[in-house]
Design a protein around this ligand. Structure first.
Ligand code: S3P
Length: 441
């Protein structure tokens, strides 16, 4: 089968209700927590994408039994000290930064060395951001060029609690430290720049010894050694990051409306909603509920008429960190110059995303000024590409979000697009193209 898509037509008007798959961050965290619980945990609506399957394979290698059927996934945890594996184990985190970084926190007490590897994209990403704090607990690391995968972790049976200031606003880094602290006697204290707080919420739901004090710009997290984790049956709400593509498609289309059912709207994840509302998009939350510490709702979006540029307040960055590429498409059509700053972390993702934003927007004929941590977008409300204009998107390290953003751009702005590496969507959103077809039909 060909591994590219060709898009020649804009999407027409639509009025649809859709569901997107389970949240990736929550799915991976559920797999890891369930692997530490004593007994059977079950999940429904677990995201069945390559990143989550890599997490399942990883815990299987650590000696944990997993059964997956159509309806649910069951993990047979053996308790917090229940991992059991041979010497020289290799764990493959594939494309997943979340898996690679979080699991290291759980391996800090391993008395056998473990290798961690990943795919080409993950092997270009920074791992010193976790090896550095985890070394302070007493684990030792060997990293390629002191920074990259493959790495080897040598755990310690004599871990010491740490005080750490997490300054990047990385939930992966924060969560990795929380996991290591769960294995360590004494109080670990993390001063963490704001980032998604799923790990903390799951810890609280499981009644683990964690306390979180929310300050304006950072959280103060205190965590003690965990003796036991109860099993966790969980129905994963849908992923706001996957919803983002359809929110933007609707905002950019004419006379259209969309409802996305049962989406996780954790306040630390809905930066896209705040940003797009400021730009003039109508978005509503309906049927709001709290589920096991997480908020969820149906999201309704209506086509926008007059989009306004935004000078995006950096405090919104962490809550929209995975959505910026697709948010930039809205800025491309907005009246005025939009400015996004302090977003250098985008170049630390599955591909250097600021660079890819510039490429996609340039293809749209939109002027940008990009630095290593900011982008100015000179919006054009009349943007409409000639149907002969050929745009080819390839060699982007198979970054799923570059593929999906390009596809939304093609459907919104016209032109003749060939977007390579269709299989990139398998890491986070395998049925993305099926939902696109549903909207088009
Ligand atoms: C994630 C944290 C974010 C995000 C990633 C998922 C998580 O990464 O970009 O897609 O589940 O903790 P950083 O921690 O690098 O910001």
């Amino acid at each position: 089968m060909s591994n590219f898509v060709e898009i020649k037509n804009k999407v027409g008007e639509f009025e649809k209700t859709i569901s997107v798959p389970g949240d990736k961050s929550l799915s991976i965290r559920w797999v890891l927590f369930a692997s530490l619980a004593k007994g059977k945990s079950k999940a429904k609506n677990l995201l069945m994408s390559e990143d989550v399957i890599a997490a399942i394979k990883a815990i299987k290698k650590l000696g944990i039994k997993v059964i997956i059927n159509k309806k649910e996934c069951t993990i047979f945890g053996k308790g917090i000290e229940g991992y059991n594996y041979k010497k020289n184990l290799t764990i493959n985190a594939q494309n997943s930064g979340t898996l690679g970084r979080l699991i290291l926190g759980l391996l800090v007490n391993s008395t056998k060395p473990i290798n961690l590897i990943g795919d080409k994209s993950l092997s270009k990403r920074d791992f010193s951001r976790v090896s550095e704090p985890l070394s302070k607990f007493g684990a030792k690391f060997k990293l390629k060029n002191n920074n990259f995968l493959p790495l080897e972790i040598y755990g310690s049976s004599n871990l010491k609690p740490i005080k750490y200031y997490e300054k990047k606003g990385s939930a992966q880094c924060k969560s990795s430290i929380i996991f290591a602290a769960m294995r360590t006697n004494g109080d670990t204290i993390i001063k963490a720049k704001k980032s998604r707080n799923h790990t903390e919420l799951l810890c609280k739901h499981l009644k683990l010894p964690i306390s979180v004090k929310n300050n304006k710009n950072y959280d103060l997290i205190k965590i003690k050694k965990v003796k036991k984790i109860n099993t966790l049956n969980y129905e994963i709400p849908s992923d706001i990051s996957s919803s983002a593509f359809f929110i933007v498609l609707t905002a950019l289309s004419k006379h259209s409306e969309l409802v996305i059912k049962n989406v996780n709207i954790n306040p630390s994840r809905i930066g896209i909603v705040t940003i797009l509302k400021k730009m003039g998009v109508k978005i509503f939350f309906k049927n709001q509920k709290t589920y096991k510490g997480e908020k969820k709702a149906d999201i309704k979006v209506i086509s926008a008429k007059n989009l306004k540029a935004i000078n995006c307040p950096p405090k919104l960055n962490s809550g929209a960190i995975d959505e910026f590429l697709v948010i930039f498409l809205v800025a491309a059509k907005a009246k005025g110059i939009s400015y996004f700053r302090n977003i250098g972390e985008l170049n630390q993702k599955e591909s250097p995303r600021l660079m890819w934003a510039e490429k996609i927007l340039t293809n749209l004929g939109v002027k940008t000024i990009t630095t290593k941590n900011s982008i100015k977008i000179y919006g054009n409300p009349k943007i409409n590409l000639n149907s002969n204009k050929k745009i080819i998107i390839k060699n982007y390290l198979k970054d799923h979000r570059v593929f999906m953003t390009s596809l939304i751009a093609a459907l919104s702005f016209g032109g003749k697009w060939i977007i390579h590496d269709k299989d990139s969507i398998n890491t986070s959103f395998p049925n993305f193209l099926k939902i696109i077809d549903k909207i088009k039909s």
